[in-house]
Ligand binder design. Structure first.
Ligand SMILES: O=c1[nH]c(=O)c2[nH]c(=O)[nH]c2[nH]1
Length: 303
């Protein structure tokens, strides 16, 4: 492979058209069993990965010159080599090792990005004891990270809590909203609040080796802020308010986080109309609405 130290730009103007390209491999499942990190306990990293590379290979697109094209099959193989070289605790640690390894192995690369999505396996407890090598799959939540390395630059890590399902069966309302002639939604002080949190957060510095602990703290902040202290809990005036408070709580508690981007669907559960059968329904019988959902987006940045 002709790998030039002086990389060509990843775009080219040909006959008045700007052509840009990146490529890589996705759906690369790396299933790494750590046997030594916390021996005698095994750990499982079941990670679906996307690899994206940028370099001076635009001629592959414009004239079919593949001389700077590392086959995506080779990229995939290389990721397993990275997995073999270390026992990583988190998606972030594995992602950083992978990005560094790609940039070190291929001097012609400008930039390497890994998008990692970990399927969670929780250790089983059997006869009151943590089991050393038996696990239970936990879904749909996933531990996600995007790690971007640029030659000569810093590594950037974006961590995501993805698909964290949260529910509370009371202490949620929605009222005082703008009403016009098309409004049919009745105000309420008692409804069911269900969501699946997608939260992406950024760091002021790279807390290598501490990513997993930070993820657990963020999750704990979210859980506590969403539910409020028992037995009463905390009243939510809207998804917007609660979402913002969840992000603020994590930023207040974890100093080296700088920004949260939150997306919370409002997974509507409507009360089933039992009045049609002359039966009461004191917020006890609902159905999940499969159709349109609210989607509430919020960005909170430390300034
Ligand atoms: O918490 C809510 N926020 C909204 O913006 C909204 N809109 C809606 O119909 N229900 C809700 N609930």
């Amino acid at each position: 492979m002709a790998q030039s130290e002086v990389a060509a730009p990843p775009s080219l103007v040909v006959n008045g058209y700007k052509i840009e390209g990146t490529y890589g491999k996705f759906n690369v499942n790396v299933f790494r069993v750590n046997k030594n990190r916390v021996a005698p306990f095994h750990e499982v990293l079941d990670i679906d990965t996307e690899i994206v590379l940028e370099a001076g290979f635009i001629e592959a697109y414009t004239v079919g010159d593949n001389s700077n094209i590392l086959p995506t099959d080779t990229m995939k193989n290389f990721l397993y080599v990275v997995a073999q070289k270390g026992e990583y605790e988190s998606v972030e640690d594995f992602g950083i090792a992978g990005v560094r390894a790609f940039l070190a192995e291929h001097s012609y690369l400008h930039k390497a990005t890994l998008i990692l999505s970990r399927n969670i396996w929780d250790r089983l407890t059997v006869a009151g004891q943590d089991h050393p090598h038996a696990f239970k799959g936990v879904g749909p939540e996933k531990e996600v990270a995007r790690v971007i390395g640029t030659r000569g630059g810093d590594i950037k890590v974006y961590s995501t809590i993805y698909g964290m399902k949260l529910l509370k069966t009371t202490q949620s309302g929605f009222e005082g909203f703008y009403v016009d002639r098309y409004t049919t939604l009745p105000p309420t002080q008692d409804r069911l609040f269900a969501t699946a949190v997608e939260a992406t957060y950024e760091y002021s510095d790279l807390p290598e080796g501490k990513f997993q602990a930070i993820r657990e703290r963020v999750r704990r902040c979210f859980i506590e802020e969403f539910s409020g202290p028992p037995p009463k809990g905390a009243y939510s005036k809207s998804v917007q308010e609660t979402e913002c408070e969840m992000a603020l709580r994590a930023l207040k508690e974890i100093p080296n986080l700088t920004r949260f981007e939150m997306v919370l669907p409002n997974i509507h559960h409507f009360k089933f109309n039992l009045a049609q059968f002359s039966l009461p329904n004191d917020n006890e019988v609902f159905f999940r609405n499969e159709g349109a959902s609210g989607k509430i987006h919020c960005i909170v940045t430390r300034v």
